[in-house]
Each structure stands twice: as C-alpha cells, then as structure tokens.
Design a protein around this ligand. Structure first.
Ligand SMILES: O=c1ccn([C@H]2C[C@H](O)[C@@H](COP(=O)(O)OP(=O)(O)OP(=O)(O)O)O2)c(=O)[nH]1
Ligand SMILES: [Mg+2]
Length: 156
C-alpha cells in the first residue's frame, strides 16, 4: 500500500506473537487506524464481552500512545464495540495488545474467526501534563456549562 506522506511515517517495533497473522495495516493511504486481528475464534452472546488477543506487542517511542478504537462497520452491522473505547496502550507497555470486545446487540450473537479484523489502532502524540494546583481557574465563555447546556437544536 503506497503511503500518502511516507516522510511522516513513524517506525514502531512490533513483535508478532502469532507469526501466521499479519502486522497491523492501514487499508488506505491516509487512514488513521491500522486494523488489528483476533488470534482466536470468538463467540459473543448478546451483551457478552471478551478480552481478545491480537498477537501483537509493540514498543511505542516515548511521547506516543496507541488508542484501540472500534471498527464502525462491525458496530453498525452487528453492534460490536469495545467496552473501554478507546483502549489506551501506553508507551511502556510490552505485553500483548488485547481488545475488550462487547456485543451490544440485544438478540443476535456475534461470531468472529481467527484472523478477522476486530479493531483499529490509532497512534498519536500526546502531551504529558504537569498538574499545577491553583485556588481559582481563569474565566472562560463556557464556564461550568456542560451536559447539554447549549441545547440540542440548531443553535441560537
Ligand atoms: O484496550 C486496551 C487497553 C489497555 N491495554 C494494555 C496496554 C496498556 O498500557 C495496559 C494498561 O491499560 P490501562 O491503563 O487502560 O489499564 P488499567 O486498568 O489502568 O491497568 P494498569 O493499572 O495496568 O495501568 O493494558 C491493551 O492491551 N488494550
Ligand atoms: Mg492504567
């Protein structure tokens, strides 16, 4: 798959714990999410969840995080999602990346086969914050408004 901007690519070391399954891969140039595969067959009854192995361990450079996101097609068609979406893979984590899948469909079971694409990994830079305690916060236009404070219509 040709890259849109190969100069922007970031090398990430990957160990395949299951050498028969592929590395994470982007379906199209410019995609944010690289697909992850299950190494096992999975059967999820309605409402059931399972921690599913991907057969991958990675070493992210410091200052990067990998987020495990659901795939929208599986979500729309079958109600498949991730309990802790997005899952957070820390830069120091060397264990196997796992996906906490859940079947949100009220009646249909979901069956996945070893090798199926179950989630997508988005690699991002992040800021490490220093939490500086103060007595009073600077004012802002929003203030403490939230949870629907601006309404649900077309606006003012
Ligand atoms: O969807 C996920 C979420 C996390 N992890 C791995 C990588 C991450 O670095 C580690 C810990 O995740 P998190 O911090 O979300 O879990 P925790 O419950 O806070 O556990 P811990 O106390 O180990 O941080 O588990 C995954 O493989 N998949
Ligand atoms: Mg944690």
């Amino acid at each position: 798959m040709p890259d849109l901007h190969p100069e922007h690519d970031l090398d990430i070391s990957v160990v395949r714990l299951d050498p028969d399954l592929p590395l994470p891969s982007y379906a199209h140039p410019g995609d944010a999410g690289a697909d992850l595969h299950t190494t096992v067959d999975v059967h999820l009854a309605p409402g059931e969840r399972a921690l599913v192995p991907t057969g991958l361990s990675i070493a992210l450079p410091e200052g990067y995080v990998a987020l495990v996101h659901p795939r929208s097609g599986l979500a729309a068609r079958h109600g498949l999602s991730i309990v802790n979406t997005p899952g957070t893979v820390d830069a120091g984590y060397r264990g196997e990346i796992k996906v906490l899948l859940i079947n949100h469909d009220p009646v249909e079971a979901i069956t996945l086969a070893r090798g199926d694409r179950i989630a997508q990994l988005v690699v991002q830079r992040f800021e490490r914050a220093r939490f500086v305690e103060v007595g009073v916060l600077p004012e802002s236009s929003r203030g403490a408004g939230g949870y629907g404070s601006t309404g649900t219509g077309q606006g003012s």
